[in-house]
Design a protein. Structure first.
Length: 523
């Protein structure tokens, strides 16, 4: 029988570590929406952002704190009083607030603020004490713990515990550790650091060597009882531990991993799709648990085996993660109720006015395509949400001339901050012409780093999903769109990325630069 000591807390950092990933910036309303979904699916702790990073981050964390019903709401702060005070100001509205403060403890990271071991130890003592005087739920992290000298790691963990930290998080910041080491590290810290048995140890793994999930689960074997993770493994570089992977691994292999979480796994697919849409990071088709092919059985042998007994090739049931079974496509005669029902099965819950808007789009699509498959509806939903978030630029009209005789041309009407502007542009192909039209109407220096086209389904009437990545002096923004007309999808994806870029420009976030703040500087 499982007891509370087998319970693993799920700490989701999609809105902080995930959103920090270049190009993954979410708008304010998108952050609130994702937080609500995390809260509803049973995530124990939501790291809602880094409040000192910008006014926008602060506002998002405070609003999430006010709205959360069940989850603990946590904010991140560097090891200085000003950050910690700002973090507290944002999270204090929550029913259950938490301050998370961190400092890089490895030799490489100590060199950044240029602190000796003793100076850093004093700073940890002072800042954790300061946080604990504000909030009785304090998490402390020695960043780059897995490359910190063992003796020093034990010393600083003990200092943080004595100063009042209630959770000690052990980050594998650069994805350097391996499962055996990950388990051993936590086991030894709990056993050897005075007070280690009285706090919760957490594991926070990055996926640089593709071992984040394995390392997190190994840390649980070593005694960690909090896993830090993100939806779809979103995060910098190769990302963070994927929530869906650790949760489903513990559920599916409870025979060898006798732990449990309070996550409602049937909500996994819906939140995975939503995070993919709002972050602009597509999920790779063969991604574990949430990839498009994770439950697809293409080969004849597999299909035959599945028909005889699904357990031949399935270790999890698709329903357990919120995937509906095989479903019939919709068509132009399908009504609003059928559309609502289908969307709900796909994890989209819409208010009546939203359904009205989506229904109009659905009818337009069904006029172009005989059969509207689940994948089409998912693409349509992503598209409509990206367009709703566009506050600056909107395409009102696009007409292109293409063919074997060049140059190709595009006529475009673009709404720029409320005013319609018209232009005709030429280019090397219709997509180039359409992009040139956008550039003529909205001047910018962003470089097109990625342009990718995928067919959503089979057939020549299939929708094309286009992904675009822009880079303006290191500020990255992605955009995505789908349409049965590839040129239209391309232009819309480009405009979606530009809208995000404009938002990113406004954010002007601070990074983790430790030199910029004196640590006793009270805000
Ligand atoms: O990876 C890391 O070390 C972090 C810390 C800020 C906890 O994200
Ligand atoms: Zn991290």
């Amino acid at each position: 029988m499982s007891t509370d000591k087998d319970r693993v807390l799920i700490f989701d950092t999609t809105l902080r570590d995930g959103e920090q990933s270049p190009g993954a910036t979410m708008s304010h309303s998108e952050k609130l929406e994702i937080a609500e979904m995390l809260d509803e699916m049973g995530v124990d702790i939501i790291e809602a952002g880094f409040p000192i990073a910008s006014e926008g981050d602060f506002a998002a964390v405070s609003e999430i704190a006010k709205a959360a019903q069940n989850s603990v709401i946590c904010g991140l702060s560097r090891a200085n009083y000003k950050d910690i005070d700002r973090c507290w100001e944002a999270v204090k509205h929550a029913k259950a607030p938490r301050i998370h403060t961190f400092i890089g403890t490895s030799p490489l990271h100590r060199a950044i603020p240029n602190l000796t071991q003793d100076e850093m130890a004093d700073r940890i003592h002072d800042t954790v004490t300061h946080a604990r005087n504000l909030c009785d739920n304090v998490q402390w992290s020695p960043m780059d713990a897995t490359r910190t000298e063992w003796d020093y790691l034990c010393r600083v963990v003990e200092i943080a515990i004595r100063a009042g930290a209630t959770t000690i998080n052990i980050p594998d910041t650069v994805g350097y550790t391996a499962p055996v080491e990950s388990a051993d590290l936590i086991r030894r810290l709990i056993a050897e650091v005075p007070g280690g048995e009285d706090v919760v140890f957490a594991t926070h793994c990055h996926n640089d060597l593709g071992m984040a999930t394995a390392n997190s689960l190994a840390a649980v074997d070593g005694g960690a009882r909090q896993i830090e993770c993100t939806i779809n493994g979103l995060g910098e570089r190769a990302g963070n531990t994927a929530l869906e992977e650790v949760v489903m691994a513990m559920k599916t292999r409870s025979d060898i991993m006798p732990y449990f979480t309070e996550i409602d796994t049937t909500k996994i697919m819906a939140i995975s799709r939503r995070v993919s849409t709002v972050s602009g990071f597509l999920v790779q088709p063969n991604k574990a648990i949430v990839g498009k092919n994770a439950f697809a059985h293409e080969s004849g042998i597999h299909q035959d085996g599945m028909l005889k007994n699904r357990e031949n090739f399935e270790i999890m049931r698709p329903e357990d993660i919120g995937l509906s079974g095989t479903s019939l496509p919709l068509g132009k005669h399908s009504g609003r109720a059928a559309l609502r029902d289908k969307l709900e099965k796909l994890g989209f819950e819409l208010a009546d006015n939203q359904l009205k808007d989506v229904f109009v789009r659905f009818k337009a699509l069904a006029d172009q395509k005989k059969e509207v498959f689940d994948e089409d509806l998912i693409a349509l939903m992503r598209d409509s949400s990206a367009e709703q978030a566009n506050e600056h630029l909107k395409i009102k009209l696009l007409r292109v001339v293409c063919g074997t005789e060049g140059p190709q041309s595009a006529e475009m009407v673009l709404e720029v901050d409320g005013a319609d502007q018209r232009v005709e542009a030429t280019g090397d192909g219709p997509v180039d012409a359409a992009f040139n039209a956008v550039k003529a109407l909205f001047e910018h220096n962003a470089r097109l780093e990625l342009y990718q086209v995928h067919a959503v389904t089979e057939g020549t009437d299939a929708q094309a999903t286009v992904s675009v990545r822009l880079n303006e002096d290191g500020t990255i923004a992605t955009g995505e769109s789908a349409d049965t007309d590839t040129v239209v999808a391309s232009a819309k994806a480009y405009v979606n990325a530009l809208n995000r870029l404009i938002e990113r420009r406004k954010m002007g976030r601070v990074g983790y630069d430790e030199k910029s703040v004196s640590y006793k500087d009270v805000g």
